[in-house]
Design a protein around this ligand. Structure first.
Ligand code: 9MR
Length: 365
């Protein structure tokens, strides 16, 4: 019987995706070039290349990349960056102490390399206990500070060392604040290590891979001014204390419609003025009902992204998904949300045109 190795399967998948990326393009340049034709004929990837920024497909699912050549090919055609959905989270990479699982994450990391896409390492520590099971039970069960530091250092070292040089930017801590954003979220880290726990984890990450960019990723700050203030206080204190932090990721799940563009630009500028890089890391806006819904969504995508990209420190926009065929919001809202730039059949929506226009402006086209 002929057998084929996992590595062999991965390289076939990557090769097919690259081939599809090349063959289904009637766009105005090769997959790694900038936009050379009329803006309307260029992909987001080409425009982002021209602008020198990253445009990312988030919530990338390894199973779909492996089994669905259209999903894989379209992702590589339209985007120059990806963020894994759950493959790099602690629960996935080490569900039990000393039980390490990297197959799914490896598949995405290899796919990104084969298609010359940047990858955002999402995420080293996400310590919510009440939303999803993202932190393994053995970590939630820890009752003393020394032990918590030990298991965290083990995890951070294992993951960052495995992908050193291949994943160059990490969401070190995800969502440290409460949903309303008035304070740090209550969790095992805050209880055992105190309010400086976020800084401690950043220092561990810097020790594990001194060359990696270290980011903090938080939700709702672009649509909630009070939360933006709390986040600013936390991060400004980290910067003042000399904590190794390079960037702030604003998630951008705009379930109630687009945020105020003025607030987006002011907030991005404020964090940039601390010397930080900035990204929108998980953007989606459900499509409003009615005949004008698609156009409204297009305008919302344009205004939000253009506001970020007007600040030079804003160097990435990643969506949480990229096609309406696969979005967490369908389950979360209990209805088809259609919150992404490509429709369920990979056709470009007005939302895609909105992103295109914002990227073209940043590129000076
Ligand atoms: O969309 C993701 C969902 O499929 C996973 O089950 C879940 C837990 O791993 O994470 C979701 O993604 C979240 C992201 O990692 C952080 N910000 C909020 C996202 C939506 O809940």
């Amino acid at each position: 019987m002929t057998t084929i190795s996992l590595r062999g399967i991965r390289s076939i998948v990557g090769g097919l995706a690259a081939l599809l990326a090349l063959s289904c393009g009637d766009s105005a340049s090769g997959p790694d070039g900038g936009c050379t034709g009329p803006v309307e004929s260029c992909t987001l990837r080409e425009l982002a290349t021209s602008a020198g920024v990253r445009i990312g497909a988030g919530a990338a699912v390894s199973r779909l990349v492996r089994d669905d050549p259209e999903y894989a090919g379209q992702m590589a055609r339209h985007f120059n960056a990806l963020t894994p959905n759950a493959e790099l989270k602690w629960q996935a990479t080490q569900p039990e102490r000393h039980l390490r699982r990297f197959e799914s994450a490896d598949l995405l990391v290899d796919f990104a390399a084969q298609n010359r896409m940047e990858i955002r390492g999402h995420t080293l520590v996400w310590a919510h206990e009440d939303v999803y099971d993202v932190l393994p039970q053995y970590v939630n069960d820890v009752t003393d500070a020394g032990r918590l530091r030990e298991v965290t250092r083990e995890h951070v070292n294992a993951v960052m060392e495995r992908y050193r040089g291949r994943i160059r930017r990490w969401d070190v801590v995800n969502e440290p604040l409460t949903i309303a954003g008035e304070a740090l979220h209550d969790n095992v880290y805050r209880r055992l290590l105190g309010d400086r726990w976020v800084s401690e984890v950043f220092r561990m990450a810097a020790a594990a891979d001194p060359d990696a960019e270290l980011w903090l990723n938080e939700n709702l700050a672009l649509s909630n001014a009070a939360k933006a203030d709390t986040l600013y206080e936390l991060v400004a204190e980290m910067v003042a204390d000399g904590v190794p932090i390079d960037g702030i990721g604003f998630q951008g799940h705009f379930l109630g419609g687009a945020p105020d563009a003025g607030h987006v630009e002011t907030t991005v500028r404020r964090f940039a003025d601390l010397g930080l890089r900035v990204a929108i890391t998980e953007m989606d806006i459900p499509m409003p009902d009615g005949a004008e819904g698609a156009e409204r969504q297009g305008t919302d995508f344009y205004e939000t992204i253009a506001a970020c990209l007007r600040v030079s420190a804003c160097e990435e926009v990643t969506f949480w998904g990229f096609t309406d065929a696969h979005t967490w919001l369908d389950g979360f809202l209990g209805r088809p949300a259609r919150p992404l730039p490509l429709d369920g059949e990979y056709r470009e929506k007005p939302a895609y045109d909105g992103v295109r226009q914002a990227l073209a402006e940043r590129a000076g086209l």
